[in-house]
Design a protein around this ligand. Structure first.
Ligand code: F6P
Length: 322
């Protein structure tokens, strides 16, 4: 390997810049050239490639978003798109890749790595934390802290008005943001895609938890199966006309902001490990951290959506909402 290409793809996540910095600096340290690729697979296809050095990543470790920009590419899903991407890599002498993203990114990387003789390793970059093969993904810690900051603020007004708030958080197919932030914000209930939602049961919970208190918080993961936060809000309003119910969708605020210390350290750690993995002959694997040790997980396992919800967490919510 002489020249490592690095890119971010899919939804951005705080800490992606720290990961880019780590890949560029460690590749330089080990004597590789580095090529930055803008806008993920889309930019790879369009030839948005440029040389990077240690100075290109100065003063970015603390910044949210991604300096390389990101995109979700439809073209890369086609063999023709991937062929164009490979031709661009050849043209720019890129002979290995570090892909920073989530399951869509790794699905693309796995297919690409099978079709073409180019080693690819991945770094887990998504606020959703929905990848197997790492305890935490880059961006998750920052996102959940952003969420609890917002929910704390909503609670101030909820308490003042004695209102019920249904708050929707991100996590397309995963309730992991909802689960932790629900516990940390003292929510009365959490609704997540991993468990079947019973709205009658939710209403009973609301009725029986903290009887002396009219203000309640329900955290809803966007991917749940009850029709979304507004539908849940409508149901609660219908059942309890005496509750003053409001719905709040936190949205993309969860993806922005300065990365937390934990995300910067995780990104720096797996960035170095990714370059070392390429040097040592790894390919088609995601580099993560499990039990504080670097781990390597084949792309197909990392994206299997097998991240399990710990039922003890749900029980904690129930117990503490007494
Ligand atoms: O995967 C990260 C994520 O923020 C999900 O939680 C969310 O469902 C999705 O991306 C939103 O994507 P977009 O910004 O493309 O609408």
């Amino acid at each position: 390997i002489k020249n490592i290409g690095v890119f971010t793809s899919g939804g951005d996540a705080p800490g992606m810049n720290a990961a880019i910095r780590s890949v560029v600096r460690s590749a330089t340290y080990y004597g590789f050239d580095v090529t930055g690729i803008r806008r993920g697979y889309e930019g790879m296809i369009n030839g948005e490639l440029f040389a990077m050095d240690r100075k290109s990543v100065s003063n970015i470790i603390q910044r949210g978003g991604t300096i390389l920009k990101t995109a979700r590419s439809e073209q890369f899903k086609t063999p023709e798109g991937r062929k164009l991407a490979y031709e661009q890599l050849k043209k720019h002498n890129v002979d290995a890749l570090v892909a920073i993203g989530g399951d869509g990114t790794f699905t693309g990387a796995r297919i690409f790595g099978q079709e073409y003789d180019i080693p690819v390793v991945g770094l887990p970059g998504t606020i959703d934390n929905d990848l197997s093969g790492t305890d935490f993904t880059i961006g998750y810690d920052t996102a959940i802290n952003t969420v609890i900051d917002a929910v704390d603020k909503i609670r101030d007004t909820a308490e003042s008005h004695d209102r019920v708030f249904i708050i929707e958080v991100m996590g397309r197919d995963s309730g992991l943001i909802a689960l932790r932030t629900g516990i940390a914000s003292g929510a009365e209930a959490i609704i997540i895609p991993e468990t079947k939602t019973d709205l009658n049961n939710l209403c009973e919970r609301l009725e029986h938890s903290r009887k002396d208190k009219l203000s309640k918080i329900v955290i809803v993961a966007e991917g749940e199966d009850a029709g979304g936060a507004f539908e849940i809000g409508r149901h609660v309003k219908e059942r309890f006309p005496h509750y003053d119910t409001r719905v709040s969708i936190l949205g993309h605020i969860q993806r922005g902001g300065r990365p937390s210390c934990m995300d910067r350290v995780l990104a720096s750690r797996v960035g170095v490990a990714a370059v070392e993995a390429l040097r040592d002959g790894h390919r088609n694997e995601m580099v993560g951290v499990i039990h504080n040790e670097i781990s390597y997980t084949p792309f197909e396992h990392a994206c299997k959506h097998t991240v399990e919800i710990n039922p003890a967490f749900l029980k904690i919510v129930e117990i503490l909402a007494i």
